[in-house]
Design a protein around this ligand. Structure first.
Ligand code: AHR
Length: 330
């Protein structure tokens, strides 16, 4: 009987503690910057869902593309005594010290989008983000399969890979997937590989310089849609026809890319969802109700979108972008 009373008391205490916390929770988000349409949608999604949650206070920091600003923000969050920290990492490395400081203060940490490379050395409540290697694999597989539909499966084609921010999880993973997939398409020859830093302006500038220095580019693999959209401007300015003279495969599946596909200037985009707001809220609610966390990195289900649909990239078949453009909110 004594044991039962103790158990009930412990449960009641745990419950009252959860309710007290749930009523006055400060959630802080360290965002890397605003380099792309994807990033804006990601900021808006988390800001809306967490910011509008009843009883929660939302704190946000934009690091302006600098890791040192993110580290400073995380230390400020610790000093402010926030209850939960949400983090996406601009680059993979250099996080262990500050994340251990967060662990020492026992502030629950939720990792989204880009992960740190020290996940096995730190504590965190949950982690979810895109499967970057798979996204990169799908980009090249889409181009390889599309070339076959054009009867160019045996033709030697020149491929340029426009990479994202060097050292970021999205760049490292997508490059690994791009290069691994090229082994399955021996007709695809790599002629250029350089960073456009995930921005439209740098994508445009890089494409301009490639078009001056490289004889022929048949396929552009741009590791995000913003760089692809910038490259389209450079291709048009050079008197070439984007989507025809150069096959363009982006990544993210933002509405502007869907529009470029509908307009015939871009060929395909691989989805990487930025809409983590609902998942972050669910995660914090679980945390506050005492649900144990999980160290398993979770990936959302994502699609492939193109001009006509029906291209099988292994594991997923593409959908016609024009059929779903009106549903896209970012
Ligand atoms: O980490 C996700 C990537 O970061 C998106 O593909 C890109 O647009 C963003 O800048």
């Amino acid at each position: 009987m004594k044991k039962l009373v103790a158990l009930v008391l412990a449960l009641l205490m745990a419950l009252s503690c959860c309710v007290a916390l749930a009523d006055d929770v400060t959630v802080a988000f360290s965002q890397i910057g605003q380099e792309s349409d994807w990033r804006t949608a990601n900021t808006d999604s988390i800001g809306k869902w967490v910011g509008e949650h009843e009883g929660w206070i939302y704190t946000y920091d934009d690091a302006q593309q600098k890791q040192e600003n993110q580290i400073k923000a995380l230390r400020n969050f610790i000093t402010q005594g926030v209850d939960v920290i949400v983090l996406t990492c601009i680059v993979d490395s250099g996080w262990e010290e500050v994340l251990k400081e967060i662990n020492d203060e026992e502030i629950p940490l939720i990792l989204v989008d880009r992960m740190p490379d020290c996940m096995d050395k730190i504590e965190y409540y949950a982690a979810f983000g895109g499967d970057f290697v798979e996204e990169g694999r799908r980009q090249v597989a889409w181009a390889g399969e599309y070339l076959k539909t054009l009867g160019r499966g045996e033709e030697e084609v020149s491929v340029a890979i426009m990479e994202g921010t060097t050292g970021s999880g999205a760049q490292v993973g997508r490059t690994e997937g791009n290069l691994a997939a090229m082994e399955a398409y021996p007709n695809m020859k790599l002629v250029a590989q350089q960073s456009g830093n995930f921005t439209r302006a740098e994508g445009q500038a890089l494409m301009e310089s490639w078009l001056k220095s490289i004889d022929k580019i048949d396929v552009l693999i741009a590791q995000n849609d913003d760089m692809a959209l910038g490259a389209i401007e450079a291709i048009k300015a050079a008197g070439l026809v984007p989507g025809k003279d150069i096959i363009i495969v982006g990544c993210d599946s933002v509405k502007a890319a869907f529009q470029a596909i509908v307009d015939g200037e871009m060929n395909a985009t691989i989805e990487c969802t930025p809409l983590y707001g609902p998942a972050v809220v669910q995660c914090i609610e679980n945390l506050l109700s005492g649900v144990p966390g999980s160290k398993e990195l979770q990936h959302p289900d994502e699609g492939v979108y193109d001009m006509d649909g029906g291209i099988d990239v292994g594991g997923v078949v593409s959908i016609k972008a024009g059929d779903v453009i009106d549903e896209r909110v970012y």
